[in-house]
Design a protein around this ligand. Structure first.
Ligand code: ZN
Length: 76
């Protein structure tokens, strides 16, 4: 590989890293199992867990129900 080609490859790699870090944000996966959509987490603190408010709502409803229906065997 020539020096110019190596330099070009390094620059391309650096540019890619730059784009990934600055432009694409974090890629996450929806926390709702039956959804599993990949989404770009655009929140500053990176705490977005669902691809949409609808998924967040569905999971909240399910957690609420499972809390009421869960058997007491896990207590203790
Ligand atoms: Zn989702």
């Amino acid at each position: 590989m020539s020096y110019a080609a190596m330099l070009s490859a390094l620059l391309t790699m650096g540019l890619t890293v730059h784009l990934v870090q600055r432009g694409m944000h974090r890629l996450s996966r929806c926390a709702l199992p039956e959804c599993g959509n990949a989404f770009a987490d655009t929140t500053r603190n990176g705490r977005q867990r669902y691809c949409s408010p609808a998924c967040a709502n569905r999971d909240a409803v399910r957690r609420h129900r499972s809390r009421h229906r869960a058997p007491a065997s896990e207590v203790g």
